[in-house]
Design a binder for this molecule. Structure first.
Ligand code: NAD
Length: 267
């Protein structure tokens, strides 16, 4: 069986990596790719990633791409993801979403799409980071609130949202390990006369610079010791591999909203 994969936002950093991953994986073909009006539209997908011509070009038509694909992968921007979620709902096509920085309304669009189409959504598609989610929950459940929890992340200078979607998921994993509501304890930034750190707070710090693909550290600190769990991404391949694997996993699934924990069988 050959699976036809469409990549929306195919000229982006992740989009190009996804094109390469699909081309390098047996059993997959590229059904097409989209970009907004501009330079990339009309270009051949193979040429876009420095390879041979494939005879498939970048278009602007997301609904047409969803209609002719077995799965569509979306690492774009929140405004585009809203439109893509509607296309998934309209066509019932398997949909893999990696876009971060989504508002509650954007998320509602994905939840609605998941009633009509099978959807995998993950703040991070790497196996290592998904293990880090599980470890963070486990450590938070083991250590009492004498241990302060902070999450430090660093990404490249082009990243437009902060803290990263992965950092927020790590915070949620720690809160769930402690059996508390994340929204009650999250502190997204600190500046000026902040006062002493409240017990139970889960803090965030975001660094931006250079070409860093994605580093995350979860710190547990009390007066006498500090435990740090760190993941460092060495290549965007780790996300592209997980997203393409998710597209395959979705092929026999009913409509619903799934996560990487389901794809990896970590549930
Ligand atoms: P990028 O800016 O390089 O790429 C985004 C692409 O989307 C661009 O090419 C842009 O032209 C395109 N786009 C914008 N509007 C569009 C539309 N209406 N239709 C089609 N394409 C459209 O960004 P990036 O570094 O590739 O990251 C993209 C997203 O993926 C971000 O939200 C990032 O945080 C997220 N991300 C998630 C993971 C994960 O594992 N979940 C990993 C890496 C990045």
């Amino acid at each position: 069986m050959t699976i036809a994969i469409g990549i929306v936002g195919c000229a982006g950093r992740m989009g190009r990596m996804l094109l390469k991953e699909v081309l390098a994986t047996d059993g997959y073909v590229l059904s097409g790719g989209t970009e907004p009006p501009g330079q990339a539209v009309g270009k051949d997908l193979g040429v876009l990633v420095g390879g041979d011509k494939l005879g498939v070009t970048v278009t602007e038509d997301a609904v047409a791409l969803f209609s002719t694909s077995d799965a569509v992968i979306d690492f774009t921007v929140p405004a585009a993801t809203r439109i893509h979620a509607e296309a998934a709902a309209q066509t019932g096509t398997a949909y893999v979403v990696g876009t971060t920085g989504l508002s509650d309304e954007d998320q509602e669009g994905i939840n609605e799409a998941a009633q009509k189409a099978p959807v995998v959504q993950a703040a991070n598609f790497s196996i290592g980071v998904n293990l880090l989610f599980a470890l963070t929950k486990q450590v938070a459940a083991t250590l009492d609130t004498d241990y302060d929890v902070d999450i430090l992340e660093m990404h490249h200078r082009h990243k437009v949202d902060a803290p990263s979607g992965t950092a927020i998921e790590l915070g949620k994993a720690a809160a769930s390990g402690r059996n508390i509501l994340f929204e009650d304890v999250a502190r997204y930034s600190r500046e000026g006369q902040t006062g002493a750190r409240p017990t139970g707070e889960i803090g965030f710090a975001a660094l931006r610079g250079g070409g860093v693909i994605g580093d995350h550290t979860v710190l547990f600190a009390n007066e006498v010791e500090r435990l740090e769990l760190t993941h460092k991404a060495g290549s965007r391949e780790i996300y592209a591999g997980g997203a393409v694997r998710s597209a395959l996993w979705l092929q026999d699934k009913k409509p619903g909203l799934y996560g990487m924990v389901d794809v990896l069988g970590l549930n």
